[in-house]
Design a protein around this ligand. Structure first.
Ligand SMILES: Cc1cc2nc3c(=O)[nH]c(=O)nc-3n(C[C@H](O)[C@H](O)[C@H](O)COP(=O)(O)OP(=O)(O)OC[C@H]3O[C@@H](n4cnc5c(N)ncnc54)[C@H](O)[C@@H]3O)c2cc1C
Length: 420
């Protein structure tokens, strides 16, 4: 099953974060093992990308692969308000004529397969259908990783790793083992989603926007992501209790909220549901530490904010690339300290905080992108940049100098009008 038991780097999970890290470490000649519990290609949620993923794709050398597979091109984001206003889309190329302004809506099974194949081609060993049961973190690496084959009669084996990378997504194997998970109490959201054929599309090979549509009570919102196989991914997101604790099936809840969303009803008028209804709950959290001696957390395993701006895959790739570079430097210098392996974390968290702030703005009830931009048209570029994922350079937080007081004012106005 495995020709060797000692690795420079063992990566838990072959999602975008794990594959990106493994690519970089393996291409430097370090022995790298990805352990993935599923059989690939496997289904996964998270189809709408942020344009800034471009730079990770360039670094991984996969831009031509994305074109070859032929995913739907994504050129912007459109918000539809609770009173059914189709606001002017944020078109990414309006403020940037570089080709990176155009991104993709991807079927994750094909996308993740392409990334794990890339890691394999750079020299990583891929062990599929094998679950990481536990990691024994010692004072000093190498650490012990205990694996269980899902096919080979459930056989357990141990491997040693100078560096363990947790890219296990929401399973967060290492963060759970080390007690590092910390939920965002104000972002306890859940989602129900499915796939529709015959839904309204731009047609042909025209690029499409991701639509975000509020329901008329503003208690929930839908994503609408057109995919290249002719289907559209449609998902409902709201507070955990609102979505999951009203009784009835997920499909019933989805359909009840669809009835409250005229913009989505228009788009699905001739559509047919072609999949089961999936559910994900309470997915937003952070980790109190993202690296330690001989271990690193990447992608969702290190934290996840919220699906609203489609930042998940971008941050998975970004952290995967940043961690991969830090691991290579650490292995070369024989310094696998927390400081060395986590040298990228302050810069990374410094960017993520702006996305988190915009997520929290979205969930304050009076917030509306359309209203804000109408009052502050000069912030349209800054806002577009945030939606693109440009949060790691320049001054991405400048917009909040106006947005914070604006939200405060709108909230006061709303409270006052409810008292009249
Ligand atoms: C409702 C919802 C909607 C979303 N929509 C979007 C979107 O539109 N756009 C976007 O960019 N992001 C979206 N996301 C986020 C996106 O799905 C994740 O951020 C992204 O998949 C993270 O990548 P990752 O590599 O960290 O983890 P994953 O992609 O989850 O990969 C982790 C891998 O680890 C494997 N694994 C888990 N446990 C073990 C184990 N014990 N042993 C071995 N392998 C293991 C899993 O099988 C999996 O293949 C959404 C998330 C949710 C919850």
């Amino acid at each position: 099953m495995l020709s060797k038991r000692n690795y420079d780097c063992v990566v838990i999970g072959g999602g975008p974060a794990g594959s990106a890290t493994a690519c970089l470490v393996a291409e430097q000649g370090y022995s790298t093992l990805i352990v993935e519990r599923e059989k690939f290609p496997r289904f996964h949620v998270g189809e709408s990308l942020m344009p800034e993923t471009y730079w990770a794709f360039e670094r991984l050398g996969v831009l031509h692969e994305l074109d070859r597979i032929g995913f739907t091109r994504k050129n912007g984001v459109q918000f539809v308000t609770s009173d059914d206003k189709e606001t002017q889309p944020f078109i990414f190329s309006d403020f940037d004529d570089h080709e990176s302004a155009m991104t993709w809506h991807v079927q994750r099974a094909d996308f993740d397969q392409m990334l794990v194949d890339t890691a394999f081609n750079r020299g990583a060993t891929i062990l599929g259908e094998t679950r990481v049961l536990d990691v024994e973190i010692r004072k000093q690496s190498p650490h012990k990783v205990i694996l269980k084959s899902e096919t080979d009669k459930g056989k357990e084996i141990e491997v040693s790793a100078r560096v363990v990378v947790d890219g296990s997504g929401q399973q967060a194997v290492l963060a759970n083992r080390l007690g590092l998970k910390d939920n965002y109490m104000d972002l306890k959201k859940s989602a129900i989603w499915s796939y529709f054929k015959g839904a309204r599309r731009n047609g042909g090979t025209n690029p499409e926007v991701t639509c975000i549509l509020h329901t008329n009570t503003k208690d929930a919102w839908f994503w609408y992501i057109p995919l290249s196989d002719g289907t559209v991914s449609v998902g409902l997101v709201g507070d955990n209790d609102f979505i999951l604790k009203r009784g009835g099936s997920p499909e019933n809840t989805f359909r009840q909220e669809l009835a409250n969303c005229p913009g989505l009803k228009r788009r699905l008028i001739d559509a047919e549901c072609v999949s089961r209804y999936h559910v994900a709950k309470e997915f937003s959290y952070r980790c109190t530490q993202q690296a330690g001696p001989g271990w690193v957390l990447v992608g969702d395993a290190g934290g996840f904010i919220d699906p609203i701006y489609s930042s998940g895959v971008f941050l998975a790739l970004k952290s995967g690339v940043m961690a991969g570079e830090a691991i290579c430097q650490g292995l070369a210098a024989n310094d696998l300290s927390a400081e060395r392996l986590g040298s990228w974390v302050p810069q990374y968290n410094g960017g993520v905080k702006w996305i988190l702030k915009l997520v929290r703005a979205f969930y304050t009830k009076p917030f509306s992108f359309g209203d804000f931009v109408r009052e502050y048209p000069h912030h349209r570029e800054n806002l577009t940049n945030l939606l693109v994922g440009k949060v790691f350079e320049g001054n991405p937080g400048a917009i909040f100098d106006d947005m914070d007081p604006w939200i405060e004012r709108m909230t006061k106005d709303e409270v006052a009008s409810s008292l009249v």
